[in-house]
Design a protein around this ligand. Structure first.
Ligand code: ADP
Ligand code: MG
Length: 418
């Protein structure tokens, strides 16, 4: 289907075209009609599936069609990075419309607070806010949220993990009951359902089935400190000549360099593939890997998506991938019709929680293999950052699930009024 089949207003369609959006993603196609029809919606779909536009487009459309005074929509998000990201997308979609928006988030000084205050008072139509900061504004009395028609809770799972539930409930209790509420989340544990029942009214539930790894992939993981990862890799690869193609994904170019050198020193035919190389050279190495002349490739995860290589015997995630989709994508490279592949992931204490999320997403408990005896000293402390294997980490404020989208940090932009 195409975007114009939703019956969007012309200036919004123009914005979509300018943004290069041609057709809706699955979650957009499933949720936009219900949102346009005025229903509450809770949608669960993994990261990167286009949830932002799924809620922004119908809201912008409504504001173009029936403009109203004051703050019309409130989008609550867990982090300032996300607030800025959404603000940016919104700016693109609404470029040809008179809709105005403001991102409101903590960690900034009095001048920005003033700016935010003005936007709230003068009625930016859409506020994108982190819970704490919004509460500060509300406590000072000038934030009139009685005009709100739309409430969006984005990344609801993450907000609950970060301990924002009480803040959110306090905010929600100040909003008009007659409103449309939309909840978006990458996972839908019972906890979220319970939370949603308090806030949404007879919601339509949308679930986008997650892609799961093929069954014939043997998945396992090692808990290991960063300082033991090189040795563990060598231990796994030494003397395994039967492995024709091995690919190792590491989190940075530097790690790629170091690991490659160390494997080469141990006499293994390993080559690095990272953005350090010229395109030609990269392609040449990949060609040699495909043809079986280079058995081991070490690559940055940045490149993992672009590498079109199949038929790999072993994938090693030297670092835990950013999200479940990346994980599934990477280990999918081992899937071959006639044979089963192996995917091993190295988890340090810091990445435990992230890996747990990946397990939740793919609904699979991945087996932990104890480190070989001579490397046992590299076993991470139990209960380190990110909590243990149970869900005990919940409820507390946890920083840094996943990587922050670093580049948006410089954004002192904050918001805009047209
Ligand atoms: P999610 O919130 O589900 O993690 P996002 O909404 O951030 O995902 O979207 C992921 C990326 O996909 C963004 O870069 C966004 O611009 C892009 N995107 C979303 N929907 C479409 C679409 N219909 N056509 C093209 N690109 C899209
Ligand atoms: Mg999102």
């Amino acid at each position: 289907m195409k975007f114009d089949e939703f019956g969007f207003e012309p200036p919004l369609l123009e914005g979509l075209e300018a943004m290069g959006f041609e057709k809706p993603t699955e979650v957009q196609e499933k949720s936009i009609p219900d949102i346009l029809a005025g229903r509450d919606v809770m949608a669960c779909a993994q990261t990167g599936t286009g949830k932002t536009a799924a809620f922004l487009l119908p809201i912008i459309n409504d504001l173009v069609k029936t403009p109203a005074e004051g703050v019309n929509a409130l989008i609550i998000v867990p982090t300032r990075e996300l607030a800025l990201q959404i603000d940016q997308q919104l700016e693109g979609f609404s470029y040809f419309t008179p809709v105005s928006a403001m991102a409101i988030y903590g960690g900034r000084g009095g001048r920005e607070m003033e700016q935010e205050k003005r936007a709230i008072k003068e009625g930016a139509e859409i506020l994108i806010a982190t819970p704490g900061r919004l509460k500060s504004h509300m406590e000072m009395g000038y934030a009139n949220l009685k005009t709100i028609k739309f409430l969006v809770l984005d990344e609801a799972d993450r907000m609950l993990d970060m301990g924002f539930a009480p803040d959110i409930m306090q905010i929600v209790n100040k909003l008009p009951r007659e409103r449309q509420t939309l909840l978006f989340s990458a996972t839908m544990p019972d906890q979220i359902r319970k939370f949603a029942r308090q806030i949404l009214r007879e919601p339509v539930e949308i679930n986008q089935a997650i892609s799961k790894p093929a069954e014939n992939i043997m998945q396992a993981a090692y808990e290991v400190d960063d300082s033991g990862k090189v040795q563990l890799t060598r231990h796994l690869l030494e003397g395994k000549e039967n492995l024709e193609r091995v690919i190792i994904f590491a989190g940075s170019k530097q790690k790629v360099r170091e690991l490659t050198r160390s494997l080469q020193q141990a006499g293994m035919k390993a080559k690095a593939v990272s953005s350090d190389l010229e395109q030609d050279e990269r392609e040449e190495r990949i060609r040699l890997f495909r043809s079986g002349n280079i058995p081991i490739i070490v690559a940055t995860d940045v490149l993992s998506r672009g590498l079109d290589i199949k038929g790999i015997d072993l994938v090693i995630n030297y670092d835990v991938p950013g999200d479940g989709e990346d994980y599934v994508h990477r280990i999918g490279r081992t899937a071959r019709a006639d044979a089963s592949g192996i995917a091993l992931t190295f988890i340090n204490a810091k990445d435990r929680r992230r890996f747990q999320r990946i397990e939740e997403l793919i609904e699979t408990q991945i087996r932990r293999i104890p480190l070989p005896e001579e490397l046992a000293s590299f076993t991470p402390r139990k209960g380190g950052r990110g909590g243990g294997r149970s869900s005990s980490g919940r409820g507390g404020r946890q920083k840094g699930r996943g990587r922050s989208k670093g580049s948006s940090r410089r954004g002192s932009k904050g918001g805009r009024k047209k």
